[in-house]
Design a binder for this molecule. Structure first.
Ligand code: GRF
Length: 203
């Protein structure tokens, strides 16, 4: 079984979508063995307890440097023999300490069609820009902010009546359908990174 950690700072609806997805498969070949959160109050923690996933809470402010913070996370990932990391609403850039160990083995989910609207509040950015279509991107993580090689994208139309809440809901629905499948394929190595290019094994 491939051992996966989910990193999340927020409500964790995407974590839960992955749990539901795996629960529905007879032989997923991977499991979520750890949730890492930098926010002690994050909703994802209660969800993880319900699904009986072990949780590591580490607060950045408890460490003098980002390096020390990530070392603490890395030690637990090693201890728990984590093979693959899925970011799901983790609100921090991954630093060199984690990237060195997991480059090509970390993916992220972002609520826009990258490279449009990277960073914070992509939904608000799309509404402000007045675009008629936004969407969801899954990409391998590199050192930049939402910049790594793109694995999958899905478009979400913006209606005239959409506000932040309605558009966020539509985006979440697309994420919940897309991300678990991509996590599955990447964790199993069916989608992988080779010299900076996203490759797929043909079945
Ligand atoms: C998602 O919209 C994801 O694209 C972004 O953060 C949000 C996390 O939502 N990176 P949730 O905590 O999984 O509900």
């Amino acid at each position: 079984m491939v051992r996966v950690a989910v990193f999340a700072s927020g409500t964790g609806s995407n974590y839960e979508a992955i749990m539901r997805y795996t629960a529905g498969l007879a032989d997923p070949g991977f499991g979520i063995n750890l949730v890492v959160s930098d926010q002690p109050q994050a909703g994802v923690i209660a969800k993880a307890l319900r699904w009986q996933t072990p949780v590591l809470v580490v607060e950045r402010r408890q460490f003098a440097t980002k390096k020390a913070f990530e070392h603490q996370i890395l030690a637990r990932l090693k201890q728990d023999q984590i093979d693959f990391i899925a970011l799901a609403g983790y609100m921090r850039l991954i630093g060199p300490t984690l990237l060195q160990e997991y480059y090509g083995k970390i993916i992220n989910l972002h609520p826009s069609l990258l490279p449009a609207f990277p960073g914070l509040d992509a939904v608000g950015q799309a509404l402000k820009a007045g675009v008629k279509v936004t969407g969801v991107t899954v990409h391998f993580v590199d050192a930049g902010m939402d910049t790594g090689p793109i694995i999958a994208q899905k478009a979400v139309p913006i209606d005239e009546n959409d506000d932040h809440e309605s558009l966020s809901q539509k985006i979440h629905a697309v994420e919940h359908e897309l991300y678990p499948r991509i996590v599955h394929q990447c964790a199993l190595g069916e989608i992988y990174l080779d010299r900076g290019k996203v490759c797929r094994l043909s079945r």
